[in-house]
Design a protein around this ligand. Structure first.
Ligand SMILES: Cc1cc2nc3c(=O)[nH]c(=O)nc-3n(C[C@H](O)[C@H](O)[C@H](O)COP(=O)(O)OP(=O)(O)OC[C@H]3O[C@@H](n4cnc5c(N)ncnc54)[C@H](O)[C@@H]3O)c2cc1C
Length: 534
């Protein structure tokens, strides 16, 4: 069997890539070990209760409807729908207060002012100041193959906006928050925001991530029908344009002929040939060490792949409840709008907790619980039987619990119970026998389900300074091309990184289509031009 190109792993980035290349007219096949495509875009039926659904690997899809691929691939024609609830994020405190992020900046500022007038003013000032930085620099950068760092700096240094970005970026998110905000709760809430993007709060070079989140037009969104409906839309577009997907296969190796990636071999011995390219949506260790024959990969590349780092603070523990009614927070007595909140954050009470959380992760221990989640059925009743509800919480916890991920097997139910205690403290109706069932998923379960998320890292590789932009995943394999001719990368280990952005696949599509002299039927952004025009 032969194709123009084969894509490894049917995560959303791979599907975005395949959709673009299928629309170019290329004959493509995507292969995946999982029973269904979508990777982190998964919505599952509850194993014991009919009609209840849950989204184990992603739910809050930031700004998806503003992504260029969402428009280009006409996903709404394929039935994809997103909601962006107005009370987008609410941090609920034990004393009944709440810090709220609305899609409307004025309402966010008003909520912040109840904690600190000065911080509220600063929040507004930063959101306004960063709007052009987001629109004119950060979006074109995320939506294009990255520029060489020297050229990027030179272009940014030519304008006031660029210099301001460089100045703020030089800080870590922690330094940014302490420098710009005074109130303990506001500082804590902002650092949580930063953590949602898996940026290590101590990492210099990311001081811009919080103001960029504040300034972004599009906020957290959810797919109607469950997270998997985005995958269904992508698959519909791919198949409509002749692309094929095979799930439930095991890869043995990437075939290399005359030094060039030429297809794949499955563990059954079946070989599938690719005449033009192989693109891997997997991580660097899988791609360069597990699947390529050692003799096909230069020693220096094998070494860099082996050294690719994962996030200590990204792995998540999930608690999913099937309910007779939605969680009702006591704080809604003072803030009735909390009954309509989308993302809810509980257990975060003070700024200093972040130091405890980092220290606990470094020791492989469980810190005092701080978790966020949602009740999807408040907005999309179809995710539970009529009149019933589904809700979940996620908590950042270490992958190697007490030094070994195997310890999660013994600990998972007990920890789920502790997390539920916290939830019940803030939402007392969860004590009244309304829970019909609960599921817990640990960081170790993440790696089992999606082995590309090594060590449970949902970002598929940290943003350590040598693993960002032009050098993600590592120098010599950035910009989606690898040192092996015909082999490309397209997953979260590439620029701009993990999470449901689709931009790794979107950017890879441009690089591969260009190399294969295919027509670029879409209008990609030109980052060099954008920065030169500042
Ligand atoms: C608990 C959890 C919660 C999350 N919540 C959010 C969220 O709310 N918002 C958000 O934006 N992001 C979230 N994420 C992160 C998001 O899911 C990932 O960053 C994203 O899915 C990465 O996309 P990808 O295209 O790189 O590949 P993935 O979605 O990781 O897909 C990779 C694919 O490769 C396949 N694969 C792996 N190994 C092999 C192999 N050896 N052979 C063949 N196939 C293989 C897998 O089966 C999978 O289908 C969450 C992740 C987790 C784990």
């Amino acid at each position: 069997m032969s194709f123009d190109g084969i894509i490894l792993g049917a995560g959303h980035n791979a599907l975005v890539l395949q959709a673009y290349l299928s629309r170019c007219g290329l004959k493509t096949l995507t292969v995946d070990r999982a029973p269904t495509s979508g990777g982190g875009l998964m919505t599952l039926d509850h194993p014991r209760l009919s009609g209840f659904r849950y989204n184990p690997h992603s739910f809050f899809h930031r700004a998806v409807t503003a992504m260029p691929w969402y428009r280009d691939l006409e996903l709404e024609h394929h039935g994809v729908r997103y909601l962006e609830p107005k009370l987008n994020v609410a941090m609920i405190l034990r004393d009944g207060r709440a810090l709220e992020w609305w899609t409307d900046l004025d309402r966010t500022v008003a909520s912040c002012a109840a904690f600190s007038k000065r911080d509220a003013d600063e929040l507004r000032r930063l959101a306004e100041e960063f709007k052009p930085i987001v629109e004119k620099i950060l979006l074109p950068e995320a939506q294009s193959p990255p520029l060489e760092p020297g050229l990027r700096r030179k272009l940014l240094e030519r304008s006031a906006l660029g210099r301001r970005l460089l100045e703020i970026s030089a800080l870590s998110p922690l330094e940014f928050v302490t420098r710009h905000f005074e109130n303990d709760t506001v500082r804590a809430g902002l650092l949580f925001f930063n953590g949602l993007r898996e940026v290590d709060l101590r990492l210099k070079g990311f001081g811009h991530s919080i103001p960029a989140l504040l300034a972004s037009r599009a906020k957290a969104q959810m797919a109607v029908g469950g997270t998997a409906s985005l995958a269904h839309g992508l698959v519909a577009d791919i198949t409509q344009h002749g692309g094929q997907i095979r799930c439930g296969i095991e890869l043995r190796r990437i075939l290399v002929r005359n030094g060039r990636a030429a297809g794949v071999e499955l563990t059954t011995g079946e070989q599938i040939h690719a005449s033009a390219f192989v693109a891997s949506g997997l991580n660097p260790q899988q791609t360069f060490l597990d699947l390529l024959p050692p003799e096909a990969v230069p020693a220096s590349v094998r070494e860099k792949a082996a050294q690719f780092q994962y996030n200590l603070l990204a792995p998540l523990f999930g608690l999913h409840l099937a309910l007779d009614e939605p969680p009702r927070y006591s704080a809604a007595a003072r803030h009735p709008e909390l009954n309509e909140a989308f993302m809810v954050l509980i257990g975060l009470e003070r700024f200093g907790q972040f130091h405890d959380i980092v220290a606990a992760h470094e020791r492989g221990e469980i810190p005092s619980p701080m978790a966020w989640g949602a009740c999807p059925t408040l907005f999309d009743p179809a995710q539970a039987p009529p009149g019933k509800h589904a809700a979940f919480l996620w908590e950042k916890l270490p992958f190697a619990l007490r030094g070994d991920p195997a310890n999660w097997a013994k600990e998972k139910e007990a920890h789920g119970a502790r997390l539920l205690d916290l939830w019940r403290e803030l939402a007392p109706n969860l004590r009244r026998g309304i829970i019909r069932d609960q599921l817990v998923l640990t960081p170790a379960d993440t790696e089992t389900a999606l082995p590309n998320m090594r060590h449970g890292d949902l970002l598929v590789g940290s943003f350590a300074s040598n693993q960002v932009g032009y050098n993600r995943p590592f120098a010599g394999a950035g910009c989606y091309r690898t040192p092996i001719p015909g082999l490309y990368l397209c997953g979260g280990s590439t620029h701009p990184g993990g999470n449901i952005t689709g931009l790794c696949g979107y950017n890879a599509a441009r690089v591969i289509a260009t190399d294969l002299a295919q027509p670029i039927w879409w209008t990609p952004s030109n980052v060099e031009q954008a920065l030169a025009a500042l």
